[in-house]
Ligand binder design. Sequence first.
Ligand code: BES
Ligand code: MN
Ligand code: ZN
Length: 526
Amino acid sequence: MDRATSEHSTMEVALRRGDLARRRAGAIAIGIPARGRLDDTAATVDRRTRGVLAALVRRRDFAGKLLETAVLYPSGLGAPRLIAIGLGDPAELDPQRVRLFAAQAARRARELGAGTLAIPARLPGGIDPERTAQCIAEGAVLGHYRFTSYRTRDVVAPLRRIEVLDGDREPGMVAAVERGARWAEATCLARDLANTPGHDLTPEVLARQGRAIAGRAGARITVLDVPRLERIGMGALLAVGRGSVHPPRFLVLEHEPAAASRTTPRAARRGRAPAATGSPGTVVVIGKGVTFDSGGISIKPRENMHRMKYDMSGAAAVLGLFSALPSLSLPFRVVGLIPCAENMPGGRAMKPGDVVRTLDGTTVEIINTDAEGRLVLADAITYARRYRPQLVVDLATLTGAVSVALGRLAAGLFTADDRLGIELSEAAAASGERLWRLPLWDEYAAELRSETADLVNSASGDGAATLGAMFLRHFATGMRWAHLDIASTAWSLVERPHEPRGATGFGVRLMLEWLSRRASGPPHDA
Ligand code: BES
Ligand code: MN
Ligand code: ZN
C-alpha cells in the first residue's frame, strides 16, 4: 500500500464560520431530535426551505430515531442536498452518538457523490461544545473511510472537504475540530495498515512504514534487524520469525516530551539530566506486529486464515498513535515498541516441543506455534525495562477467546494495577473504544508450568484470554503494566456507521485519550 495515495490524507476537515443554511457545499447535514423542538440550526434550515423539516416530521415519515436518515432536495439552501439524520432522544445524546451522527452524514454524503459536506459543530443537548465539535470531526472522518487501495473499479469518490460550521471561530472550537480530525486520521492510518495484505506488509515493509510515520511525527526510530536481535538475545521474536522468508524486525519509536516540560529550567541551563523529581518519565506502548499469522507448524484451519493479515493491529495502533502525538504536547516521553514477524510453517520454523530463550532468560517450551503473539510480546515487554517506564501498555490481537468472552463490542483489559485499570477504563468510555476488565488471578499461573522449561507458551483448556495475559504478566513483574487483547475489536465483521467492515484502527483514539488525560492530570504521577 502506498500511503501517498491513501485517500483520507487528501480530504480536508476544518471548522468554518458561517451559516449552515447558506453554505455552498455538495450537501449539508442536520440533526433532528426524536422529541422536542428543532434546534436553532435546524429551525433556520426549516425556515429557509419553507418548512421542509417540519413537513417531514409532521407526516411522521421521520421520527428522529437515532441514525434514521432522509435525503431531501429542497430549494432555498446554499447546498442542493439536505441530509436529515435522527439524533434520538436529546437527553440521551452522548459523545458516541455524536460521532455516529457525523459518521452517518459523511458516509451518506460520500455515497451521494456530494464532493463537499457541511455539518454543524454543535448539536442540541447538554454535551460540552468543544467535546461535541471534536466528536463531529472524528465521526465524520471515521465514517467517510473506505479501504480502496486495491480496487480498480466501482470506487465511490471520496469527499474533498468536510466543513464543520459554527457561528464563531472560537480558538477552542477550532482546536477541537482539528484534534478530532487528526485523531480520526490516525485511526484511518492504522486501518490502512491492518487492511493491507500480508504480502505487501511484511516485517520489513512495516519497518519502512514506521520510519515514514516517525519521520513525519518528529519521533526518533530505531529498527533492530536479525543480527542485532541475535546479539541482544531476543530468542522468542526470532523463533516466531524463523519459518518465514521475511525476517523479523523490532521497531523502537521515541517521542520526547514537549520542550517546555522536558526539564526543570535550572537543570536545563546547567546542561544536567533532570533530577528524579523533575524527571518527565516514560510511558511505553507496545503493539503486536505479526504481519501474517498462519499459525506456523500448528497451522490454523483454512476458513478465516485470510483475515490473519490483521494480526499486526496492535502495531498499527501504536503507529497511528505516534502519527498523532504532535497534536498532544505531552510532558512525558512516549516510547513505542513493535515486535514484527511473520508466523509461517517452513523447514526452519519453530516446532512444538522446541524450547526458546526469551530476552530476560526465561525458557519457554513451545506447545503450540500458533500462540506466537505472547512470545514476541515477552521480548518487547522485557525490552521496555530499559526505559524504567512509569507505565507499560500493550495492545495485541492475542486470542480468539477474548471474542468468546466479550463478543465484538469490547476489548479485554488485563492488569494487576487497579489505578491503571480505572484510568484506561475511563479513557475507553470517553473515546468510545470500549474495554472490559478480565481477571489475572495468581492461581491461573499453575497452568503455564512446563515439564521441560520454565513456562509453556500455551495450555489446553478454558480461559485462554486470561492465560495469554498471565504469560505476559510473567515478563512484566515489577512494572505497572496493562494488556489490551484487541482481537475482538480490531476487525469489524459488520458495517457500522463509523467503521466499515474490516480493520477498525481500535486503540488509537483510546491511547490518545488516555495520554492526554495523563498529561493534564497530576504531574508525573508515579
Ligand atoms: N492471532 C491469534 C489470535 C486471534 C484469533 C486474533 C482470532 C484474531 C482472531 C493468536 O496468535 C492465536 O493464534 N491465538 C491462539 C492462542 C491459543 C493457541 C492458545 C488462539 O486464540 O487460538
Ligand atoms: Mn497465532
Ligand atoms: Zn497471532
